[in-house]
Design a protein around this ligand. Structure first.
Ligand code: NI
Length: 173
């Protein structure tokens, strides 16, 4: 397994819609393992294909934060929200592609998601709490949408300018 480098906002690949997975290949299985490794290393609770430049509808997540509880690494291919609650919740979100910036985002509090698993089976699950926020945030990535797109244009521009500066500084190192 390899830790991949995570693309930083702004990057055109983070604004693009990712393509459906049509076949589960060994390459895709290897990419999923790399994505989990990269996510745990960061550390983060979710990572989507486009964030490592893989323009496929694949995301990984594990929202178990309690070290006393067994990890639950999940890989979702072609995930679709099949139901969303009317009730919303507000979570302070961050993103591995926008490090050190956090903001409150309002989303449906609970969702049902359908996806294809790596073994080729169809799965469906009800998510609540952090899992619901995370899976919606990651599905957004597959549609070229970032959490800062929910903020006012002014806040979004402020974060984007700071990220441009950070990328320039990193490029100089
Ligand atoms: Ni993100």
């Amino acid at each position: 397994m390899t830790i991949r480098s995570i693309l930083l906002h702004p990057d055109p690949r983070l604004k693009k819609r990712a393509d459906p997975v049509t076949e589960v290949t060994d390459d895709l299985r290897a990419a999923a393992a790399d994505m989990l490794e990269t996510m745990y290393d960061a550390p983060g609770v979710g990572l989507a294909g486009p964030q490592i430049g893989l323009m496929k509808r694949i995301l990984v997540m594990d929202c178990i934060k309690d070290p006393e509880v067994a990890p639950r690494p999940m890989v979702l291919l072609n995930p679709v929200v099949s139901w969303a609650s009317e009730a919303t919740s507000v979570h302070e979100e961050g993103c591995l592609s926008i490090p050190e910036h956090f903001a409150d985002v309002t989303r449906p509090a609970e969702v049902r998601v359908r996806w294809l698993a790596l073994d080729g089976t169809e799965q469906e699950e009800h998510f609540a709490g952090l899992w619901a926020t995370c899976v919606q945030h990651e599905i957004d990535h597959l549609n070229g949408r970032l959490f800062i797109d929910y903020l006012t244009p002014l806040k979004r521009q402020l974060i984007t300018r700071k990220m441009e500066k950070l990328k320039r500084e990193r490029a100089r190192l």
